[in-house]
Design a protein around this ligand. Sequence first.
Ligand code: MG
Length: 296
Amino acid sequence: MNDDLAGASQRVSERSSRPPGQGSPATAARRCLGGYRGYLFDLDGTLYLGDRLLPGARELVERLRSLGRRVVFLSNNPTRTREQYGEKLTRLGIPAEAADVVTSAQVMAIYLGRTAPGSTLYVVGEPPLVEELRSAGFSLSEGPDEIDIVVCGFDRTFTYEKLNVALQAIRRGARFVATNPDRTCPVEGGEIPDCAAMIGAIEGATGKRVEVIVGKPSPIIVEVALESIGLDASDCLVVGDRLETDVRTGANSGMDSALVLTGVTSPEQLEASSVRPTYVLSGVVEILDALRHHER
Ligand SMILES: [Mg+2]
């Protein structure tokens, strides 16, 4: 697995220089929307909007599970724990445990555990990311001479002081990795700066580009998700509302993708983009309808 993950991170950087959409599998619409063995769901904008489940979301997950299909929830947000996502889904009516959820913070802990065990880390991030890394056995330090890797996450407590520690460590040769590439995070009434803003600050200060980003659209998060459900990419569909993360995740991993128009992407944005999903859906309810046909 070590080699796979290391290879995956390289593939990310190779692909990032490629025009968008060119990694799309040539398997478009090769099977019924309801015919996959596994479904990887984005959360906000896909299954719920804020605190409101989207139409068909609860019934869809229930139906998939009753048919023996595997379901996993993917989040790029490292500021919430898997337990918190499980609790939120359960509260909204979709029973879920921490083990059903994959977050970029967890993926970072697994990735570094496989590729850089025993490293000393400096974390620009919030407690859930720190806890994932600490419980994976990493020691943390704020001393630039001790730091092997600077781990950057979405951090609403980002400061000049943190930026300076990152700069001094990277100057002394520390590696630089990050949880997710999102520029902004949707919140009630608008958006707030997400991980790309912290990455940008560190890149600006150091002149060094982030080496690896483990969250969507990286194949690294997909690999962790697929391991958790025991399936191959070709058996699964990734479903989400963002072209640059969710849909591109499919293209980068050889997996079919479904864009739902219940979140941040408008039909006009889809039209203007070169990122091409396998399916475009008004919402996840269309998968539920397809399952009904599939069962007939
Ligand atoms: Mg989303």
